[in-house]
Design a protein around this ligand. Structure first.
Ligand SMILES: [Zn+2]
Length: 571
């Protein structure tokens, strides 16, 4: 491809509309342009990156035995009414009437359409399992579309749906997709984790989210440095390390803590570590007060509390609400003699001779012991995991990081097949509902996430498998016949070697050509400049680490061919 001929409108400045780095860089690098809120035109270079992801996805889906089809974007409301989703789905579902006043919607997802296909076309257990997928434009009418391709209204998605005879068979289909997703994101050259998204408690459903690790990600996840464990913060299980203390319970004492209400102030005043103190926090569980005990240096995880109490909503009570419920002023609440329900984090039960609020202004209690001095309704893992905790799987070291969700695999069960009465005849002659799974990948989002993970102050640093071109040849002597001849020759030879190469043949300053090459993130840059006239050598520079080497044009072509083939094979 010739730079002088491709539509690749790069920008020097960051556009004001862009808030996140992938959005800024995709606009600056001329990947796309906004048509209206959350809706973009993909320009040739951006589309080329999207196609790279699509090709990897398609190859791995096919390899896993899935079959590609293409469903319509416009869907009749009646189909959505069968599952109750036409009413239940929020305003993200764009509903409209066609010229015959028929209600319709633009598909944000395709469970209804695919289940309709299955009930009409799959009749026997002999047809199963089947996994059908498409790569297609989806529409979700987000209220506040932002971050470019990260949360657009229109986006490209791969969605797959599996149909099986039983739960067990559906589990096999699920694992096939799980493995395919691992191969897909590995082949994309991305650092990612599969995060368990659902505990599996509800209706046999089960799911994993695939997260690309990036400091700018919206979701906080905890990952193990020593094994593959990864979890959302609110799901991460804290492994209880049993206390090894042989300390004998000492006599309960009341200690004065005048005006000391915060954990740090109390601990400083008493000269103790915050891990020796137990905080008593009051939450409103569906409106009713519950006290939660947690070590002074830990935080309560509200999702875990909600699950333990079996309520829809928990919220921290404010000072006045705490006083009204307990009669104790803020900062001095404790479990000894408390009048409301109490639950405790599991670690509190392991502690000996600790400190708590004295349920009286300006007082705390010392040498408090669980069981002897107070009782609780339940003991459970109720706190947020920290980087100091051991990995719940292997005991290894944990790390907190941010992630961007790019894929989701989900065991659906029979919810859709029951509501739409989609069934097949099993080997025993019985009519049974299909057991389904669904599997999504945000194809356009993968490109944005790849940029969030791989960039520097000069622009994008594409992982080799996603780069629209793997080499850019800079001809710095457009008006010099000798230099132009060399640049054109290496360009032709690289193409002949099967590499995806673009030549910057524009009549522009060298400085601008260097800047654009960096911005576009093409993995290798080949520079043909004045030094060739003296030394007979041209320069190869790798975008990821800036390492440069000089060699003859023939050597450069051979070297790039070898390196790029090797790097692509590694994935
Ligand atoms: Zn681990």
């Amino acid at each position: 491809m010739r730079y002088s001929q491709i539509l690749l409108p790069t920008l020097k400045e960051s556009p004001a509309e862009a808030e996140v780095v992938s959005h800024v860089l995709m606009l600056r690098a001329g990947f796309m342009r906004k048509l209206t809120a959350g809706i973009y035109t993909y320009l040739p270079f951006g589309l080329a990156a999207i196609r790279k992801v699509e090709n990897i996805v398609r190859e791995e889906m096919n390899r896993a035995g899935a079959q590609e089809l293409l469903m319509p974007m416009v869907q009749p409301a009646d189909l959505w009414r069968e599952t109750g989703r036409y009413e239940k789905y929020g305003p993200e579902l764009l509903r409209f009437h066609d010229r015959h006043e028929r209600e319709s919607c633009l598909g944000p997802t395709h469970e209804e359409v695919i289940t309709d296909i299955a009930r009409k076309e799959l009749h026997s257990y002999r047809n199963l399992p089947v996994n059908l997928y498409q790569i297609q434009t989806k529409f979700r009418d987000e209220i506040r579309p932002r971050f470019g391709l990260m949360r657009g209204r229109e986006f490209i998605m791969k969605d797959a749906y599996s149909f099986d005879v039983s739960d067990e068979a559906a589990g096999i289909s699920y694992m096939k997709m799980y493995d395919a997703y691992k191969r897909i994101f590995t082949r994309c050259g991305l650092e990612f984790r599969a995060v368990q998204a659902d505990s599996g408690a509800i209706g046999g459903s089960f799911s994993h989210e695939f997260m690309v690790l990036a400091k700018t990600g919206e979701d906080t996840i905890v990952i193990c440095k020593d094994c593959e464990y990864a979890a959302n913060m609110e799901k991460a299980v804290v492994k209880l390390v049993a206390s090894a203390t042989t300390e004998a319970p000492a006599d309960l004492e009341k200690v004065e803590t005048p005006g000391k209400r915060k954990v740090d102030a109390v601990c400083d005043f008493l000269g103790i570590e915050s891990s020796r103190l137990v905080k008593t926090l009051v939450f409103k569980a569906d409106g009713n007060p519950v006290a939660v005990l947690v070590r002074g240096d830990h935080e309560v995880e509200e999702v875990k509390l909600k699950n333990l109490l079996g309520v829809a909503d928990v919220e921290m009570a404010d000072d006045l609400e705490v006083f009204n419920a307990t009669g104790v002023p803020t900062g001095y609440l404790g479990p000894v003699g408390i009048s409301i329900r109490v639950v405790a984090d599991q670690e509190v039960a392991e502690m000996r001779n600790f400190y708590v609020g004295g349920n009286e202004k300006n007082y705390h209690l010392k040498n408090v012991n669980f069981g002897r001095d107070f009782q609780v309704e339940a003991v459970a893992d109720l706190r947020q995991i920290t980087a100091e905790d051991p990995c719940p799987e292997c005991g290894g070291r944990l790390e907190m990081t941010q992630g961007i969700e790019v894929g989701h695999v989900f065991k659906l069960g029979t919810g859709y097949s029951q509501s739409m009465n989609a069934s097949f005849q099993d080997s025993d002659g019985q009519e049974k509902h299909f057991v389904m799974g669904c599997y999504g990948i945000g194809v356009s989002r993968v490109v944005a996430a790849a940029i969030e993970q791989n960039h520097d102050e000069n622009g994008i640093v594409f992982p080799m498998p996603l780069a629209p071109y793997t080499v850019i040849v800079l001809n710095l002597g457009i008006k010099d016949e000798a230099l132009t001849a060399v640049a054109e020759k290496v360009y032709r030879e690289l193409q002949a070697a099967g590499l995806e190469v673009i030549i910057d043949d524009r009549d522009e300053r060298p400085g601008l050509k260097f800047k654009d090459a960096d911005l576009l993130g093409i993995p290798y840059r080949l520079t043909v400049g004045n030094s060739f006239l003296k030394s007979g050598k041209i320069e190869i520079r790798r975008r990821s680490d800036g390492i440069t080497e000089e060699m003859t044009p023939d050597q450069a072509v051979a070297s790039l061919h070898a390196r790029i083939s090797a790097e692509l094979k590694q994935q």
